[in-house]
Design a protein around this ligand. Sequence first.
Ligand SMILES: *Cc1c(COP(=O)(O)O)cnc(C)c1O
Length: 356
Amino acid sequence: MSRFMSSRFDSLEEYVPGEQPRDRKYIKLNTNESPYPPSDGVLKAVSSGESELLNLYPDPTAKELKEKLAQRYELKPENVFVSNGSDETLSFAFMAFCDKNHGVAFADITYGFYEVYAALYGIDAKVIPLNDALGINPDDYIGLDRMIVIANPNAPTGRVISLNDIARIAESNPKNIVLIDEAYVDFGAESCLCLLSKYKNLLIVRTYSKSRSLAGARVGFALGDAEVISDLEKIKYSTNPYNMNRLTLVAASRAIDDDSYYFGNAEMIADTRKFTACELKKLGFEMTDSYANFIFVEHKDFSGEMLYSELKKRGILIRHLSKERIRNFNRITIGTKEEMCALIDALKDIMQVKES
Ligand SMILES: *Cc1c(COP(=O)(O)O)cnc(C)c1O
């Protein structure tokens, strides 16, 4: 840190993204990207005339994209916020709805960025431990006088909570935003979209990075009450009005038209998840019941860290998180069936399992 950096960041620990090494070609099962390319329509849209307009600012209102998302989810454009990845929406939400006296609550094992945003903005964070099975106990979130942030499905566990529980939590915290991060909802979980009209304090955050093959384009959005959305707009216009670039705007708009392609891919990934889970159980792995495009596994005879580094040597990247409670676990993104077979073979090699 230079001597110029504000001392208020002295204890800030930044978010560490999954590694993206360039030294060789890896099978990448570490950052929950889609193994499938964007749809043909998206590829065409970004290579069309739009790039010739890059000398001009993009539409700061993202009118077309918002209208399409609104139509897609049977809402009005005023109920839609769009952002440069969903991380940006999360950042804006922490900025907008919390402060020194108005805290936030989230699980001890969840998306790592929540605690980073809380620290960045000096927000008091109540960290609520998951239960022994690494699940959320919904009762822990009833009547908290704070913003509540829950990833559903949760990351890195992949476990879900029911809409009934989300409704109870929203009902019991009427003065606070209840933010449900649905980054992984398309892989088999149920969205709480149907609760939006009933709970004005509910804010749903989604991303096109996982199920829509657009991690590199950076597309996130939020759905919620019009007043809540306009609060996010206020923060956006005070931070970065042109947060969505031209190419991203056309890619995202076009991706909505190609929903059936992406749903097909999400279904394949859910099938491959079942296959992989089944094969890894045969090798003695234990895992949480995941509804996401990853599985969260541990083996009582082999350390998570060793498996991670031995796989890396064999050209396969998975995510090892260092948090004490989950140190023996690894999070493995579900790729194509071929990639998962390569993973299973490499694990057999590391564990010296004899083929029968
Ligand atoms: C990946 C992820 C995000 C961030 O997605 P981007 O849109 O790529 O910024 C947000 N929340 C959770 C739970 C995630 O896993």
